[in-house]
Design a protein around this ligand. Structure first.
Ligand SMILES: NC(=O)c1ccc[n+]([C@@H]2O[C@H](COP(=O)([O-])OP(=O)(O)OC[C@H]3O[C@@H](n4cnc5c(N)ncnc54)[C@H](OP(=O)(O)O)[C@@H]3O)[C@@H](O)[C@H]2O)c1
Length: 346
């Protein structure tokens, strides 16, 4: 079997990290790269990634041309968080017969983001015989797929609480900026008002994925207003210094309500200087389950891994728009990537 041909759609922080990881893996080759950033267009991917060697792959700003010439099996898409914004990009991949694994948060459970777009993507993917998946560490795994998997051990489930608490100091700089680290409280509030800080995107998607897996009909999903976490003492990352009294990051809570009761609660906290980092799933049920990963899984590494590890799952999956709850359980791909392919492109 030929190597799996991959196109990178978006070579920013995350796309770049995924690219470096894929270059180390056997059984696949990067046959093209797309990005709209002016400082990347026309450059060799190796230069953009800072590898100190050329790869013979030029960054293109023309998706149609690139996809029709490179004829990839799959696109690794990492350009944005919102479904409406990325829709034309995903549509272009599908129309060129290219499977998609995307980091777009709203694509992780698109039926709650915009059901019309989701249905359109599903139909289009079926027509063109490809599979589309939105995934990542969160949404995509820690606050949804993992919790769903743990309910498999329960005879009864009353309530599921998932907590992700991380020290943002070791995360990528765009993430630290995204959570408002270093701002004054007024600047933070202003940015929230203007939509420049959106908080964590994906809580509604994670809640819906969990509820749908259990066939729980929720009356409503409540996403609380994003709250700043204020530094009680000076804290810093390599890139950002946070003075005492300024914003170190943010906290956001979301709830799924069924029969007037809170049955799913997600608590997301990310800030520079967090002393204990962990991911926890607490299930009130029979038996009760209290699972804690400490320190929490490093989001940047975890995202890269789950995106790469999803490549064969997506290629093997039935055509259409799929979510993590529709695929076989996630697993690593330490061997030649082609060994994990069972169908379709073999
Ligand atoms: N689900 C998860 O767990 C998870 C985890 C990590 C990241 N994410 C999401 O993944 C996305 C990528 O993250 P990032 O940190 O890599 O962001 P980033 O550094 O801003 O990279 C995005 C790249 O895509 C380019 N781009 C934007 N629009 C494009 C278009 N229409 N066509 C081609 N390229 C385009 C950008 O160019 P410009 O600079 O010119 O805009 C930039 O180079 C974000 O939305 C992030 O929230 C999700």
């Amino acid at each position: 079997m030929d190597k799996i041909k991959v196109v990178l759609y978006g070579v920013g922080e995350v796309g770049g990290r995924i690219a470096r990881h894929l270059l180390e893996k056997e059984g696949l080759e990067i046959v093209g790269a797309i990005d709209m950033a002016k400082d990347k267009i026309g450059k060799d991917l190796g230069d953009v990634l800072g590898l100190g060697k050329r790869l013979g792959v030029r960054i293109s700003d023309n998706p149609d041309k690139l996809l029709s010439e490179a004829k990839p099996d799959i696109a690794i898409h990492a350009t944005g968080s919102f479904l409406k914004q990325v829709y034309p990009q995903i549509e272009a991949c599908i129309k060129h017969g290219v499977n998609v694994v995307s980091t777009c948060e709203e694509l992780s459970y698109p039926y709650v983001s915009d059901s019309q777009i989701a249905q359109k993507l599903d139909k289009l993917a079926e027509t063109h015989k490809v599979t589309v998946l939105g995934t990542g560490i969160n949404p995509g795994f820690l606050m949804d797929t993992l919790a769903i998997t743990l309910t498999g051990l329960c005879q009864k489930v009353e309530k599921i609480k998932v907590t992700r608490l991380m020290n943002a100091a070791t995360r990528r700089v765009p993430f630290q900026k995204k959570i408002g680290a270093g701002l004054t409280v007024d600047e933070f509030k202003e940015k929230i008002k203007k939509g420049h800080i959106s908080g964590h995107v994906g809580l509604a998607q994670s809640i819906s994925m969990i509820a749908d897996a259990l066939i729980w009909k929720l009356e409503k999903i409540i996403i609380d207003q994003v709250q700043p976490i204020i530094a009680a003492k000076p804290v810093s990352s390599e890139a950002i210094k946070v003075e005492k009294g300024k914003v170190a990051g943010l906290k956001q809570v979301a709830r799924g309500i069924k029969n007037g009761k809170e049955v799913i609660a997600l608590d997301f906290q990310a800030y520079i200087g967090a002393e204990e980092e962990y991911d926890a799933v607490d299930i009130d049920g029979i038996p009760p389950i209290h699972e804690k990963i400490s320190p929490c899984v490093h989001g940047d590494y975890g995202t890269v891994a789950i995106i790469a590890n999803s490549i064969p799952k997506v290629i093997n999956a039935p055509c259409g728009l799929v979510t993590m709850k529709d695929l076989p359980i996630p697993s690593a791909t330490p061997e030649d990537m082609r060994k994990y392919i069972t169908e379709r492109i073999k």
